[in-house]
Ligand binder design. Structure first.
Ligand code: FES
Length: 554
């Protein structure tokens, strides 16, 4: 009686307590997370579907992570969202959960929670913004920012033009409309089988987004009946599908970290090297910014992810089961492609196979590093240059406009102490802008190496996720300005040309940076975060605990 009575304060009729499935709707809505600000409306559509299917929907908030406002980086809080959502799903009397996400970290955070509880779950991402329109051209969220930032530094854009362009870029609800991290992770959720076909690409304001949300509300009730839980869907085969789809869509490098973390929750064996090996025979098919030309709205009209997955054919595990209760093959069998310039055919791809995210190793990155080849400059993929080293992005920004900076087009710019521990959360700072003097000379790219991450909307020849990071004593901490570094992407190597005895001498002189925090979440995070090559989860969150509370206190 007590449980029912308190719930009836919301005005529910008695029949809702007749034993029907209780569906939690975990929403990451917040006005501080503008990409997710419409999720309360999406939740209403989900509720319609749940009621329709005979369930009892209850919406609850999970930590909203807005990419643009959170400092030092939203990634510091991905694991906190995952932990919070996991505990909320487990502690409340739920039979299934619908996960509402959008902005970059909200999708992997909620999927990690679903993986660790293994309660029937379905994801509904919020969808991308409509295409930005500025001066007669389409502009992509994020990708345009990087270009405009350089234009302002080089004097090609005025502050007034910039202020006007801002709203032209963001003219509707939704997450970034490029194939950045949000669109990538929405696509990963669909490729893994955790959200309904076409969910990743309907624009946020499209009626079909809301129709799909209503359908998801019906489907979660079916998932409970069939006991089709996340661990039965997110298998090794599903992860292999996701990695191959990521290569085909020219997806974000952040997918590497998030998929590794999710696999760790499920006990699915997955390594950094799997990303290179599995992507080796997958060409880039999707012609979207930042690797290509178009935006997510175009992708939707061209046929969305089902058209890509159909085109990949035998490159995917077509018998992998999905939330529809059907296999990948059944889901995409009739998926049409309406625009072959946006979604290319396998035999006429945007970029040839083997051009996706490459995994590098060498004495500078014994744990591995990644480079997004499709966003890099081909002439820099084999490069030897002298290091110009900075111990923080801020120390680089202090001199970026210095006309006397000792840098040229051959320089290898090293920005370090930006990894999970070093700059807690591993921010997206690796694609620092070029020195102003090079931009003014028309140079548009140089090799950059960093233990941080890069926005999925960014481009450039940027070596990322160097592991172990500098703050953990990785060899990146030992590089000095003037050292020669060789990047050889075709050979998958990253080499610091300094003799081992000299490196040993430098290592003996190295001291770890001071702790960033003595208490609170940042302290817990820096004490327990794992390196990028295993997904930067917290060591005690790896694995699953199921959905039963450890001890019922009532
Ligand atoms: Fe939210 Fe890009 S800032 S998705």
């Amino acid at each position: 009686m007590a449980y029912r009575s308190w719930m009836r304060s919301q005005g529910f009729t008695p029949e809702v307590f007749d034993g029907r499935p209780v569906i939690g709707i975990a929403t990451t809505w917040s006005e501080l997370a503008p990409c997710n600000v419409h999720l309360h409306r999406v939740a209403e559509s989900v509720k319609r579907g749940v009621w329709q299917a005979g369930g009892f929907p209850l919406e609850f908030p999970a930590m909203a992570l807005g990419e643009t406002l959170l400092r030092p980086t939203s990634m510091l809080y991905r694991n906190l969202l995952a932990m919070e959502a996991e505990e909320l799903i487990r502690a409340n009397p739920l039979d299934g959960v619908v996960l509402l996400s959008g902005c970059d970290k909200t999708t992997p955070g909620l999927l990690m929670a679903a993986a660790s509880t293994d309660l029937p779950a379905i994801m509904v991402t919020g969808g991308p913004k409509l295409s930005g329109k500025y001066q007669g051209t389409d502009v992509g969220s994020g990708t345009a920012v990087w270009r405009w930032e350089e234009d302002i530094l080089a004097g090609r854009m005025t502050p007034a033009e910039c202020a006007f362009a801002e709203s032209c870029m963001s003219r509707s609800d939704g997450h970034c409309n490029t194939m950045g991290t949000a669109s990538t992770m929405a696509s990963m959720a669909e490729a893994l089988g955790m959200q309904l076909p076409y969910s990743a690409s309907w624009p946020a304001v499209d009626s079909r987004r809301y129709e799909t949300a209503q359908r998801a509300g019906q489907v979660i009730v079916d998932l409970i009946e069939s006991d089709l839980t996340p661990s039965k869907i997110m298998t090794r085969a599903a992860f292999e599908n996701a990695i191959r789809v990521n290569a085909a869509i020219g997806g974000s490098t952040n997918a590497v970290i998030h998929l590794l973390a999710m696999a760790g929750r499920l006990g699915v064996p997955l390594t950094l090297d799997d990303f290179d090996a599995l992507a080796a025979d997958v060409p880039t098919l999707v012609n979207l910014q930042p690797s290509g030309q178009y935006l997510m709205e175009d992708f939707c009209y061209a046929g969305g992810l089902p058209a890509v997955m159909r085109e990949l054919g035998g490159l995917l595990h077509r018998d992998a089961i999905t939330v529809t209760g059907q296999t990948v093959a059944e889901n995409v069998r009739d998926a049409p492609c309406w625009n072959r310039d946006v979604i290319r055919a396998l035999d006429a791809p945007l970029q040839p196979a083997g051009n996706g995210t490459a995994v590098l190793r060498g004495n500078l990155a014994p744990g591995g590093a990644v480079v997004k080849q499709s966003a890099a400059s081909p002439h820099l993929l084999k490069h030897r240059g002298r290091a110009l080293v900075f111990d923080s992005p801020e120390s680089y920004f202090a001199v970026v406009a210095d006309p006397d900076l000792d840098a040229d087009e051959d320089t290898v710019l090293v920005v370090r102490y930006c990894g999970p521990k070093g700059y807690p959360g591993m921010p997206e700072v690796s694609n620092v802008p070029l020195p102003a003097k090079l931009l003014q000379r028309g140079v548009r790219d140089i090799v950059r190496i960093c233990d941080g991450r890069m926005s999925g909307t960014a481009y450039g020849t940027v070596v990322l996720h160097v592991a172990p990071e500098a703050a953990a004593g990785g060899p990146l901490a030992l590089v000095r300005t003037g050292d020669w570094i060789t990047l050889d992407v075709p050979s998958r190597t990253l080499t610091l040309e300094v003799p081992e005895d000299e490196l040993a001498r430098r290592r003996a002189e190295w001291t770890a940076p001071p702790e960033h925090a003595t208490r609170g979440w940042t302290r817990l995070y820096t004490d327990h975060v794992l390196q990028a090559d295993t997904g930067a989860d917290l060591d005690f969150l790896v694995g699953a605990s199921g959905h039963q509370v450890p001890r019922d206190s009532h």
